[in-house]
Design a protein. Structure first.
Length: 403
């Protein structure tokens, strides 16, 4: 580390391009302890805040003062110790000053926050304070979209599509959450988690299992959960989105009913942290799948060119139309039928006027004998057509905004 320069600039922000021009929070961190700065910046990099905050950090007063002399107009908030606030006198009234200290410290800034609190709480508080002072700070538009990736037949590549969809939507500038509610998760869905935890499961007591418990307890008390989603989730650096670790106890997933699933979806959607939630669900009917399909704004319904897959899909649609007509009409309206692993040689078709195949994703021969998570996320041909699919979804969102 270069102690002579006295500051580190870290930009962890992707500007969203979904219908609006957005800005990150431009923050200055000013503390003497370099051992506080490094983990602070690392946390921003590995959390949901990497898309929301641009941090410039200082450990020396002279470097801080010099920076403020030339760049104060481009600063939204200063998060620092009292001695840094005392060193700079020409404060712009639009800059929010948040003093890092302890309870009982003499107040030098506009607000005082505990320096040694969980960083997820600290940064959430910083965002809330800044948003209360400025109207142009970037945030989601409050209209989180839920996209379900579904197929009535197993083995159609739901997880492959879901993972690529999350990564592409994030690359397009969106804040994305990947929620896998499959009873038995595909190995693709947990490869990066295995690398991080050894087992791929959450043993910290703060993941999905804890969230499900807290959601139920909060409803019993007729209260809402105060903790942010980041208190339960982790940052998937490959996907550039957030997710949950695998549950240690599969019974906790199997016991989720329609109400539990609905509470979970609403909690994530109402957090204000995400533009899109991509949900990977079981092919077989169950409460979790039913709740997701009912709540989803769009359903990416996968088929393949295999005649058996197309026949089973049409048989299921026929059953739904006869036995659950109102639900069928809603489902068809939300469904975007996508042919996955398309080679150009269809051996069957779906003979329904109200639903047709609207997009295709290519067959990749190299994946025949199995492919790693890295491989399925790095195919230029597959990425090209996933990008086209995302453009279709973006186009629909823009049409909704003009209605």
């Amino acid at each position: 580390m270069n102690r002579n320069i006295g500051f580190w600039t870290v930009l962890f922000c992707v500007l969203r391009k979904v219908g609006e021009c957005v800005l990150p929070v431009r923050a200055v961190l000013a503390v003497q302890d370099e051992q506080y700065i490094e983990p602070f910046l690392q946390y921003v990099h590995c959390s949901e805040f990497d898309r929301r905050i641009m941090v410039t950090a200082f450990s020396r007063k002279d470097a801080f003062v010099k920076y403020m002399e030339h760049s104060s107009d481009s600063v939204d908030v200063v998060l620092g110790e009292a001695l840094f606030f005392e060193a700079w006198e020409n404060w712009n009234e639009r800059v929010v000053r948040i003093q890092l200290g302890a309870l009982g410290d003499e107040k030098c800034g506009d607000h005082v926050l505990s320096k040694y609190q969980p960083l997820q709480h600290l940064l959430t508080n910083v965002q809330n304070i800044v948003r209360g002072n400025k109207g142009d700070i970037r945030q989601t538009n409050g209209n989180t979209k839920i996209i379900a990736v579904y197929s009535i037949v197993g083995g159609c590549g739901k997880t492959t599509v879901a993972l690529n969809l999350v990564r592409q939507l994030a690359a397009d500038g969106g804040n994305v959450f990947y929620l896998n509610l499959e009873t038995v998760m595909s190995s693709l869905g947990c490869e990066s988690r295995n690398a991080r935890t050894g087992s791929g499961t959450d043993s910290s007591g703060t993941g999905l299992a804890r969230l499900l418990y807290d959601l139920k307890a909060a409803e019993d008390r007729k209260e809402s959960i105060q903790s942010p989603v980041s208190a339960y989730a982790y940052r998937d650096s490959e996907l550039q989105g957030d997710s949950f670790y695998l549950l240690d106890n599969l019974d906790e997933l199997l016991e989720m009913d329609v109400k539990d699933t609905g509470r979970l979806l609403e909690y994530i959607a109402n957090s204000g942290s995400y533009d899109v939630i991509v949900v990977d669900v079981d092919s077989c009917p169950n409460d979790r799948t039913d709740a997701v399909l009912a709540r989803a704004d769009r359903i990416i319904w996968l088929v393949t060119e295999n005649a058996d897959v197309l026949s089973k899909t049409e048989t299921w649609l026929n059953y739904l139309e006869r036995s659950h007509h109102s639900e069928y009409c809603i489902l068809v309206e939300k469904a975007l039928l996508v042919m996955n692993r398309y080679s150009g040689e269809m051996s069957g078709y779906i003979s329904r006027k109200e639903i047709k195949i609207e997009a295709a994703l290519p067959y990749i021969p190299a994946w025949n004998k199995g492919a790693s998570r890295d491989a399925i996320l790095q195919s230029p041909i597959y990425q090209r057509d996933v990008h086209k699919l995302c453009l279709t979804l973006h186009g629909e969102a823009e049409k909704e905004q003009h209605l």
